[in-house]
Design a protein around this ligand. Structure first.
Ligand SMILES: C[S@@+](CC[C@H](N)C(=O)[O-])C[C@H]1O[C@@H](n2cnc3c(N)ncnc32)[C@H](O)[C@@H]1O
Length: 186
C-alpha cells in the first residue's frame, strides 16, 4: 500500500512534524506528497514529492480518506486499493468538511472511505489506515478524543481531535509535544 498526502498551501512547521511522523509510520518508500507548490527539500527526505495534484497523476486503484464518506475503511478494501489518499489539512474545530471540499471534489469518481465521523490529525488517520491495511479493523483499535497536553506548569493545550491509543497513550510524536511546549498555544 502507498500513502499519498495531498498537501494544500504552505508547509508549516506543524505539517512538517506530522509528515515526519507519517514517514516513520509507513516508511519513506511508501509515502508520496502531491500538490506541493513551494520548496520540496524537507519533504524529499520523507518520501516522493510531486508538484502536481494526485488528481493529475492518472493513478488507478485509489481511495480517498474523507470523514464525509459514506463507508468505513475495512481490511478487505485495502486488498483492492493500491493508494490511500489523505488531505494534508490541519484539523479545524468545528470541522468544516474541508477534505470533501478541497480533495474529494477534485476526483468525483474515486472511491471514498471514512474512519468514523470524528476528525483525526493526518498522522493518526494514516496510522489507523495502515493498521487496517495490515489486517486489523477499525473497531479493534482504541481511541481517545479531546485530549489535553501539558505544556508547562499549570498550563495545558486542548486538542479537540480524535487520537488512536498506542501503548496506552494518544499517538503523538515527541517532536510535536516539544513544539507545543515551546509554542504554548495552538
Ligand atoms: C486533520 S484531518 C482534516 C479534516 C478536515 N477538518 C475535514 O473536516 O475534512 C486531515 C486528513 O486526515 C484524514 N482524516 C482525518 N480524520 C478522518 C476520518 N474520520 N475519516 C477519514 N479520513 C480522516 C483525511 O484524509 C483528512 O483530510
Amino acid at each position: 500500500m502507498k500513502y499519498i498526502i495531498e498537501h494544500f498551501g504552505k508547509v508549516y512547521k506543524w505539517h512538517l512534524i506530522e509528515y515526519k511522523h507519517i514517514s516513520k509510520i509507513v516508511g519513506k518508500n511508501n509515502l508520496i506528497f502531491t500538490n506541493v507548490k513551494g520548496k520540496k527539500d524537507e519533504l524529499l527526505k520523507l518520501g516522493k514529492v510531486y508538484s502536481e495534484s494526485v488528481a493529475e497523476l492518472g493513478l488507478d486503484s485509489i481511495c480517498i480518506l474523507d470523514p464525509a464518506a459514506k463507508k468505513i475503511l475495512d481490511s478487505r478494501d485495502c486488498k483492492k486499493f493500491q493508494y490511500l489518499v489523505f488531505g494534508g489539512i490541519l484539523g479545524d474545530y468545528p470541522p468544516r468538511e474541508r477534505t470533501k471540499d478541497l480533495l474529494t471534489v477534485k476526483m468525483p469518481t474515486v472511491e471514498t472511505r471514512h474512519l468514523g465521523k470524528e476528525q483525526f490529525p493526518t498522522d493518526n488517520a494514516v496510522y489507523v489506515a495502515h493498521e487496517i491495511a495490515k489486517g486489523k479493523e477499525f473497531n479493534d483499535l482504541k481511541f481517545e478524543s479531546d485530549i489535553e497536553i501539558e505544556v508547562g506548569k499549570k498550563l495545558s493545550v486542548h486538542l479537540p481531535f480524535k487520537y488512536v491509543v498506542v501503548n496506552n497513550k494518544p499517538l503523538m510524536s515527541e517532536e510535536l509535544i516539544e513544539f507545543l511546549k515551546k509554542r504554548k498555544t495552538i
